[in-house]
Design a protein around this ligand. Sequence first.
Ligand SMILES: [Zn+2]
Length: 475
Amino acid sequence: MKYLSLRRVIVALALLMILVPTIGFGAPRGRQQNAKYVFYFIGDGLGLNHLLGTELYNAKVHPEMADEGRLSFTRFPIHSFVTTHSASSLVTDSAAAATALACGVKTNNGSLGVDAEGVAKKSITELAKEQGMLVGLCSNVAINHATPSAFYAHCKKRSEYNYIIDRLIEGNVDFVASSTILSRSKSGLKAADIAEQARTAGMEVVQSADIAAGVRGKRVMLLSDSLSRKALRFATDRTATDPTIVDYTRAAIRYLEREAGRDGFMLMVEGGHIDYACHDNDAVTTFEEINDFSRSVALALEFAERHPEQTLIVVTADHETGGMAVGYSKYKMNMERLAFQRTSQEQLTSKMQHMRESGRVSWEDMEQLLREYLGFWSHVTLRKKDEATLRRTFRENFLPEGDKVVGLYTSNEKMAVEAVRILNKRAYVNWIGMSHTGAHVPLFVKGVGYERFLECFDNTDIPKKIAEAMGCSLK
Ligand SMILES: [Zn+2]
């Protein structure tokens, strides 16, 4: 009997040794390798309720989506959260948060790639380069905006855009994909000048994601042709030919997978548009941006299927934006009421501005616009007080010259802001404000070395754990 029991124990232990590592991508325990391919996804402004809201919205509004609209990463073996405060405030800005996520140190709001004393700190991508890895950075906002910049620049002021882009071009990041470049001067940086500077530095500068993916033996700068815009179009607004963060991610993976040698690569992808939509308190646009972000992560999961024993995927956020609440009143949620919003608040503002420019505008014209792009009256019934608010806003702010609601990145028509606010509330989605909050942010990890993230409590822990998974140390 004793022998049988012992044998059972041995069999059980052997099974455990086989099964437990498959929670990652299946690397056998005991001879687990270091992470050779590292994916680092950062959803700008992406809070815990934003994720819940997106999955509930998808389940109601996108019945065609697989897995009832679940995001590609919310069931990773590590599904946790981290604190985000900066050295100077309990509520971080994007620069301090990006520095924590890139360099593993707290710094003051506004600073990039330096500690609170202004001393430059090595980033995880700089460490990856030292290890012989290739490095890619993708963003659907500007590549010299806070989040990507902390991975390659070191300066006390995030607004030093010209200095920051110089660091990128003169540096050694292998693959860069961005919608635009920010400039400190009013005249703006000229696309042609940036392209010329990058070419002189030895980069291949292209506008097409497909062409970027095929570049061999050279550093790549993929810049969409929308340099006059501040970012790619929102997912809710784009046409079939507009590039997306998913296109950028796919191109980066094709390039890096082919060009990387035995030391592998690290790819950072920022879903920067999520934050823009949150600053506007625009739930549908936020959710659709998160869906784009999720599709980008899905590409990394496809890659991991080809390299299961060498890939690490980390998904997190820099801070929460807007203080989103889902189901904020009466124990109710009606996400299906969001199914008829066909444009972002920003684009709704553009449409209203066109109406202004066309001359006389009647309430009936405005009704038609709100019916067409938000589904008001046709699909979303409005309460009497909502309709009264809309009519008053129209009377007071649209005719003859209306106020703008100035957000961090946009200046929207008050009429558009009010209409989207009412729609959000009809779905029982609400926002505390238009700024960042001090809330926890999510952390999801899968793949080689995921166990290290079990004890990851603060955003500065994340790049240190990634370094450990790569077999080195970030100091
Ligand atoms: Zn941010």
